[in-house]
Design a protein around this ligand. Sequence first.
Ligand SMILES: *Cc1c(COP(=O)(O)O)cnc(C)c1O
Length: 304
Amino acid sequence: MPCVDTRLLKLEQAFNPAPLIQVHDKLFSQHRIELWLKRDDLLHPVISGNKWRKLKYILNHALQSGCNELLSMGGAYSNHLHALAYAGYQLGLSTQAYIRGEEPQSHNATLNDLSQWGMQLHFISRSAYKNLRNYKNWQDLPGIQRHQYWIPEGGSTSLAMAGVAELAQELPADVHYLCVPCGTGITLAGIIKHIDNKANVIGFAACKNADTIISDLQTWLTPAHHYWHLNLDYHLGGFAKITPELIAFMQQIEQQTGIPLEPIYTGKMLYGIYDLVRRNYFPAGSKIVAIHTGGLQGNRGFQR
Ligand SMILES: *Cc1c(COP(=O)(O)O)cnc(C)c1O
């Protein structure tokens, strides 16, 4: 593990341990299974969940490389940019972001937060945005200067895996199934790579056509990692597409458990888990741990 910069250690003092809590439901007792949630959404009041896990060692590398400006990309509701802008602000680093699509007439709550934390926003066309996805390493961005550090979409780099490893080490050993919501798949890959038990890891794809990330997963993993698969059945129409059933499901779970959810990642994963339980996918006696990856700030973009 790399040595951690003191500025980052200071920032980490504001973090809380992420508890593991059991979700009680008649459905689970009927099927004799247990569902537990790893509450990574409680890690920090602002930088919640997997975006911190992924950024930690990227930020460390930027600091140790002597960079004082961070550049990245994301959508107008991006959890990644939200975490990055706040972390940059706290660490005394400048931040800039390329945002997908035209500048909206009035900025949403996420964009307002980004500006408030000093992030410079550049709105770019969808095609220019897509082109930025070609730059995967920190010095790849054309025209990048020596004091600048490029972070690809979602903070999904190999350094991100080192932070996810810390999450993996916090998970209990006696688990049969580990469920992880999945965008780029880096969080899933990090979990698969770093858990030290033989749990089956199931990624729940948040996007349509997510089979393309299976080849990415294979480049990050080795054939020795074979206790995993990517479930493609619960994107509910595509990335950030919301159905009335999903909203009703989330409201019911939120009322029943008091745990806040968001509809893009953790909401869809739990919708999938409940459906799989009803279909007897998990054998009786199974202990399932699902990761609540956070991202609740994005809820401000949805009318419910
Ligand atoms: C970004 C994000 C994910 C997806 O993480 P990947 O590593 O890209 O698969 C999952 N949950 C939340 C809340 C996120 O913000």
